[in-house]
Design a protein around this ligand. Structure first.
Ligand code: IPM
Ligand code: MN
Length: 345
């Protein structure tokens, strides 16, 4: 019989609240012969305050022994900035080689957007997840003096760029429009830009069926607002992808709907699924958090594990629920119940 070994990191703030709803929907949609085996991990601000640990090696090791990871949110104002981000979230992405940070953006019917004319938005950002300015390379000289010099080196390897670019071409090929846009800043970041552009063009020769173009990241932000329907698949580096996907969320119903997958495509390590939003400590415990981004992340998880029909059911449940949402607020739990009921069909 089939089984899913799922590691669960509820994390901080609203993380546990939204994760509970994600698990509810997962339980409702899985075929009855699939055994769901979840294991919770107590990681995040509470743990750090109690023990000073962010992600001990023993836990990193035992996390490996799962088919996937579901993560709520990490971060709390009581923890110095960067401690949990670097010591937990980025550590997981790097240790498990999550080089594809997949972030779909779709404007569902009836979902508010600040954009005029309700454009037809349905694109996916393939954000590189293990390199760029996120590697922690750099340092500071003469720290704290008026002569301080701080560097933050963006690391881009041919290996790292090629594997994520290939993944993006494959995704573009599998979609009806077969369009792929490279976003970078080749006019200023000439070294990294040259590497990305040459790999993009060289690999592209193997995908004559995929239509490609290139945009500087600043121009891309304009098109995200003025012409988002032009995008199908976007591939970009870690930092540009971080920024662009927040903008993408803002124009497609807000951060409460934005899902993501940190994917290790070959499956050497478990992939990790998480809402794009943070821990929102200001609304934690109020029952106001929207669990939809987590539920859509569960759909990505299902798809990654080969449960395509179930993934589609979750996405349809979200679309149907959004179509009927009114301005009235509903509790986190009630939204989870509604989505689970629809997904169970
Ligand atoms: C995200 C977050 C993280 C990132 C932070 C919390 C490290 O903003 O998942 O987009 O920058 O990747
Ligand atoms: Mn971000």
């Amino acid at each position: 019989s089939r089984s899913i070994r799922l590691a669960v990191i509820p994390g901080d703030g609203i993380g546990p609240e939204v994760v509970a709803q994600g698990l509810k929907v997962l339980g409702a949609v899985l075929p009855s012969d699939v055994k769901l085996d979840t294991r919770p991990y107590d990681l995040g601000a509470r743990r750090w305050h109690a023990t000073g640990e962010t992600l001990p090696d023993a836990e990193l090791d035992s996390l490996k022994d799962h088919d996937a990871i579901l993560l709520g949110a990490i971060g709390d104002p009581s923890v110095p900035s960067g401690v949990l981000e670097r010591g937990l979230l980025l550590k997981l992405r790097f240790a498990f080689d999550h080089y594809v940070n997949l972030r779909p953006s779709k404007l569902f019917p009836n979902t508010p957007t600040p954009l005029a004319g309700r454009p037809d938005i349905d694109f996916v950002v393939v954000r590189e997840g293990t390199e760029g300015p996120y590697t922690g390379n750099g340092g500071s000289l003469r720290t704290g003096t008026p002569h301080e010099v701080a560097t933050e080196v963006s690391v881009n390897t041919a290996y790292g760029v090629e594997r994520v670019v290939r993944d993006a071409y494959e995704r573009a090929r599998s979609r009806p429009r077969k369009r792929l846009t490279l976003v970078h800043k080749t006019n200023v970041l000439v070294h990294a830009g040259q590497l990305w552009k040459s790999v993009f063009d060289r690999v592209g020769a193997e995908y004559p069926d995929v239509t490609t173009d290139y945009l500087h990241v600043d121009a891309a932000t304009i098109f995200f607002v003025t012409q988002p329907e032009r995008f199908d698949v976007i591939v970009t580096d870690n930092l540009f992808g971080d920024i662009l996907t927040d903008l993408a969320a803002a124009v497609t119903g807000g951060i409460g709907l934005a899902a993501s997958g940190n994917i290790n495509p070959a499956g050497a390590f478990p992939s990790m699924f998480e809402p794009v939003h943070g821990s929102a400590p200001d609304i934690a415990g109020t029952g106001k958090a929207d669990p939809t981004a987590t539920v859509l992340s569960v759909a990505l998880l299902l798809r990654h594990l080969g449960y395509e029909a179930e993934a589609v059911r979750v996405e349809r449940a979200v679309a149907a629920d959004l179509a009927e949402r009114t301005g009235k607020t509903r509790t986190t739990d009630a939204t989870g119940d509604a989505l689970a009921a629809r997904a169970a069909g």
